[in-house]
Design a protein around this ligand. Sequence first.
Ligand SMILES: [Zn+2]
Length: 383
Amino acid sequence: MPVSKNRIRLPTMTPGTTRSVAWLRFGHAGARPKVYMQAAIHANELPGTMALHHLMPMLTKADQAGRVRGEVILVPTVNPIGLSQVAGNVHLGRYDLLSRDNFNRNWLDLSAAVAERVGRRLGRNAAANVDLIRGAALAALRAMDPVTELQTLRVEMMKLSIDADVVLDLHCDTNAALHLFTAAPDLKGAAQELAAELGVQVTLYNEPFAEALTFSGVNGALWPRLAARFPGAAIPQACFSSTLELRGQHDVSDALGASDAANLYRYLVRRGVIAGRSAALPRLKSAPTPISGMDVGYCPVAGFMVYCLPPGAKVKKGDLVCEVLDPANPGGSRARMPMRSRTDGILFSRRRDGALAWPGMVAYRIAGAKPLAHRKGMSGLDD
Ligand SMILES: [Zn+2]
């Protein structure tokens, strides 16, 4: 089957403008496994778009050779609203300027709608339940009547993703090592395979699943939410979802894009989406760590940032990570507020040197193995 290119038109928000989302299908509609990948929902995060740019010709070639066994849906730039938000020569891609929503929050938790539609019919047959739940989730999305451009975007993209076996949401951080977020039930198997194949430096998992309504969160958590609601029914984790953070915003290059694409392609072969033999899985670079063990450095004061360590650095509890400089303080070292790690782990995300700092701002994140008292009950992502 030829590669199909499709377009979803979003409703007009201001007279004279319309935006649309382009998506591509490789392989046959309805074939399994189904993999959905999108990039740049935070519209100024383009390493994933670069990876898909390199992946698409590889998939086209595989498709022409009849080697795509499953279905692959790619959305290289999923957020035309955020792409258009350029103000004063600065691209503002993280929040919708109209609603002030973070583009990667408030996706749709469909568990109540699915429960209402098919809850009474869920029994001990796991495969039958998967079909029932996917059908009901799609029916619930089709029954929605979104009004705004952003609401429509959320409903339409979830119509493409909610019945997928694998959902990968490609993001990046400001200045970061390659890392991914997933949920505890996915750790064995799917997530560790992805982490190993991609060579991620840090794998973080929510327990038992992501409470935040991120895109990958709502797709993956539909299953454990329903399993909790219907404990007598056999409801498997039918969708592996992950937020994949492809380093920092400036890590866009042909070298990185080509290598990420080659790694994603090998993952598709490993999952049986593309025909081929898998080589031995590379070793994980570090053991997965819980979100409850992630130290988040919140700035205590205003100023600007100077860092002592690069992304990916190993740290010990008490190590100096960065300082916040008070620009008008003449006291030399007394003008510098130190911020120290509260765990042993890997500094996987930080801002750039010279970044403006304000009280409460997230200055860095460190992945540690031990749950931290001040992190219990927090989500993986602090807006
Ligand atoms: Zn993002």
